[in-house]
Design a binder for this molecule. Structure first.
Ligand SMILES: [Zn+2]
Length: 180
């Protein structure tokens, strides 16, 4: 009888240890996932941004301003390449999705990926709009409207000043595609 009890006790202890092991592993995975997500983000104080950006970039990217229509550098820009975030370099739009919307700001019908931007409801100016920010640094980019061309029917209306243009990045990707 004593022997059975001992075996039972052993089994119970083993079971408990195994159980807590699993929980520990799960916790570790969750924590490291969080750390990875944090590493992807660009976190800076507003003071740091102020030092890094020009006054106008700061006003638009960090204070959610809007550049004057038809004045932006990329409004009529037609070169092949990738438009990246002016704050952190995150890839946002390709030249293939840029089109002439005649609205006064560079317009795209699709972002590089769903994860590159964040959409937030914006109820300022007494109307409901969807604000677009950079997923990596939180910089304000513009708004998205549903009067764009197919295939998405969307118009990502973006301030030129929130963007930088990378011609070489696009060429590099094309070269890579050819190799594969
Ligand atoms: Zn950014």
């Amino acid at each position: 009888m004593k022997k059975y009890l001992l075996i039972l006790l052993c089994l119970a202890t083993f079971g408990l240890t195994a159980c807590s092991q699993v929980t520990n592993d799960q916790q570790t995975t969750e924590v490291s996932k969080e750390v990875n997500e944090m590493e992807d983000k660009v976190v800076k104080t507003e003071e740091e941004w102020k030092e890094e950006l020009t006054d106008e970039e700061f006003r638009v990217l960090r204070l959610k301003g809007t550049e004057m229509a038809f004045t932006g550098e990329f409004e009529k820009h037609k070169e092949d390449g990738i438009y990246v975030c002016g704050g952190c370099g995150n890839k946002l739009f390709t030249s293939e999705t840029k089109y002439d919307s005649h609205c006064g700001w560079p317009s795209f019908f699709e972002p590089v990926s769903e994860n590159s931007i964040v959409e937030t409801e914006d109820n300022t100016l007494g109307k409901r709009r969807i604000e677009i920010t950079c997923a990596k640094c939180g910089g304000h980019l513009g708004h998205v409207f549903n009067d764009g061309p197919q295939p998405t029917g969307l118009r990502y209306c973006i301030n030129s000043i929130s963007l930088d243009f990378d011609k070489e990045e696009k060429a590099k990707e094309e070269a890579k595609e050819k190799k594969e």
